[in-house]
Design a protein around this ligand. Sequence first.
Ligand SMILES: [Zn+2]
Ligand SMILES: [Zn+2]
Length: 174
Amino acid sequence: MDFNRYAERSAGLLNADLSDVDALRALLADRPWLLEHCTDRDCMLLRRLQRDLRPVFEASARGDDAAVVEGLNELMVRHPVTPRISGHDGDLHIHAASKTQSVAELLTGEALLGLANLVCDLGPTRLGVCAEARCDDVFVDTSPNASRRYCSERCSSRANVAAYRARRRAVASA
Ligand SMILES: [Zn+2]
Ligand SMILES: [Zn+2]
């Protein structure tokens, strides 16, 4: 797992419904070994993280570099990350929690390590909030030209259709 993927997953974590354990399990469907460890407490802690991390994405979206860095540094003080070297799938790589930590601690560690690394690698303005009018999902932009504006293909095409209709209306009423 590389850190950019941790960062991308953090956007998925912020956009996810975490109302109960089933919802958390749905988010983690591609990591079956975590499913049996999910608890109500993890959901509660991760909902709090969603609230705490959103301002960092909003600061990045408006180009406030200092607020992004301060926000992440502050969150890493509140949630100390314990990296761990693991070789379970052959290659040595870094996990973002010790073996005894909870699912919430693991996902929090992955999000913070991933975002901190992304900010240092690609700069502090690579996080964003979807530009589609009815969507407030967040995204991480790892595209080479930093041109991403929407959380998903779906929102991108919805916005294109809306813009097309607006142009047609403008022509019709001219
Ligand atoms: Zn691993
Ligand atoms: Zn969207």
